[in-house]
Design a protein around this ligand. Structure first.
Ligand SMILES: O=C(O)[C@@H](CO)OP(=O)(O)O
Ligand SMILES: [Mg+2]
Length: 422
């Protein structure tokens, strides 16, 4: 048998959905199989995420260029991978980690390593003539994740007066993934209609959700519930999910919500979440507390963990060491998975495995700065993630992932969703 080699590793500085440069990579194998992937980029990034390499050259892209990350791929990564003997996902990722040889991908940048890691894995999937999700997940990949669609944006993702970063709808009652997408789209458009009728802004935030100024954050939930019911759905069929992104609110002595200036201690913030969960059909809250507030995370999990998902994003940063710490402390009961927080596919899959082994739910996630790359859709199916969040059911950077899942469903006759437990 002829041994397969990596023939070429290419990298390009491309643009993301915010018009900011990001890294695109292409890997070509000796049999002509090609894989391409792009790194996404966050706005409300966690303090403990792997390093995103930027040029800081004010003359190019106002300091946000990724020329050095691209050069790192061309000069450091490509020569090694192009001479690699046994071409497997694990070996490629091990090599990327070794070449970087820092704790947080400070040398090459997680934007560089992730783009190469995913492009190489996709090239291998093409070589084995398998869809990406099937190559990663094998025969066990049989169900679709339930979408959490972000239809109202606040926090760091919008220029409005809303402090909670994401208000999402979760069509848990939908009988199939395609029905869930239809439900999300209908509610999204109904919400737009209601906002317009009230003379509120229908401009959108970074993730495609509407970004109006409102009297309070609670009003956002109220208006979404109104849209759910006017679109013809009940709150048994459609639940609400929030991403507070509360690390953004961390102040010296507790929490300060920057837009409205509200102050909370950890205990008061937990009480606020308890009140919202009493009042509204909320099934999940992501980052209800800051990334370093471990004791409060334990308390909120104790208080609300039986009722809803408490999802660790900035808390865990897809990092197995931090997930292990959370397991020990009984902090959070679900993991948000963002491959660029850790920088390789292998490390992402290891984080998912660890969380699952310990009974945590999995939410696969995009970043607020996205591209047309659909890798997270395939990874979600491969790992049987219960949920995926990819923003609003509008704008191609967001719908690319939902559309990829619709195609996976159709092409494989597997429209059933995993997260609802059906
Ligand atoms: O906080 C989050 O969960 C993400 C994605 O929705 O936002 P960002 O990519 O800006 O960190
Ligand atoms: Mg988050």
């Amino acid at each position: 048998m002829k041994t397969m080699k990596i023939q070429k590793v290419l990298a390009t500085e491309i643009l993301d959905s915010r018009g900011t440069p990001t890294v695109g990579a292409t890997v070509i194998l000796s049999d002509g199989s090609v894989g391409t992937a792009n790194a996404p980029s966050g706005a409300s990034t966690g303090k403990f995420e792997a390093h995103e390499k930027r040029d800081n050259d004010r003359k190019r892209y106002l300091g946000r260029g990724v020329k050095k990350a691209v050069e790192g791929i061309e000069e450091t990564v490509a020569p090694v991978l192009e001479n690699m003997q046994r071409v497997t996902v694990q070996n490629i990722d091990r090599m990327l980690i070794e070449l970087d040889n820092t704790k947080n991908k400070e040398k090459l940048g997680a934007n560089a390593t992730l783009a190469v890691s995913l492009a190489a894995a996709k090239a291998l999937a093409a070589h084995y003539k398998q869809p990406f999700f099937r190559y990663l997940g094998g025969t066990n990949a049989q169900k679709l994740p339930v979408p959490m669609m972000n239809i109202l944006n606040g926090g760091a993702h919008a220029a409005n007066n809303v402090d909670i970063q994401e208000f999402m709808i979760v069509p848990v009652g939908a009988k199939s993934f395609s029905e869930a997408v239809r439900t999300g789209s209908e509610i999204y458009h109904t919400l737009g209609g209601i906002l317009k009728q009230r003379g509120l802004a229908v401009s959108v935030g970074d993730e495609g959700g509407f970004a109006p100024n409102l009297a309070s954050d609670e009003e956002a939930i109220e208006v979404i519930l109104e849209a759910v019911s006017s679109a013809g759905y009940t709150t048994d069929e459609v639940k609400i999910t929030l991403d507070a992104a509360a690390s953004e609110w961390t102040a010296n002595d507790g929490y300060l919500l920057p837009k409205r200036g509200t102050k909370y201690t950890s205990a008061q913030l937990i009480a606020y979440w308890e009140k919202l969960c009493e009042k509204y059909p909320i099934c999940s809250i992501e980052d209800p507390l800051g990334e370093e507030d471990w004791p409060a995370w334990t308390t909120v999990t104790e208080k609300l963990g039986k009722k809803i998902m408490l999802v660790g994003d900035d808390l865990f940063v897809t990092n197995s060491t931090r997930i292990r710490e959370g397991i020990g402390r009984k902090a959070a009961n679900a993991l948000l998975v963002k491959p660029n927080q850790i920088g390789t596919l292998t490390e992402t899959l290891a984080a998912v495995e660890l969380a699952k082994e310990n009974g945590m739910k999995i939410v696969m996630s995009h970043r607020s700065g996205e591209t047309e790359d659909t890798s997270i859709a395939d990874i979600a199916v491969a790992v049987n993630a219960g949920f995926i969040k990819s923003g609003a059911p509008c704008r191609s950077d967001r719908t690319a992932k939902y559309n990829r899942l619709l195609r996976i469903a159709k092409e494989n006759e597997m429209d059933e969703m995993y997260g609802t437990g059906k």
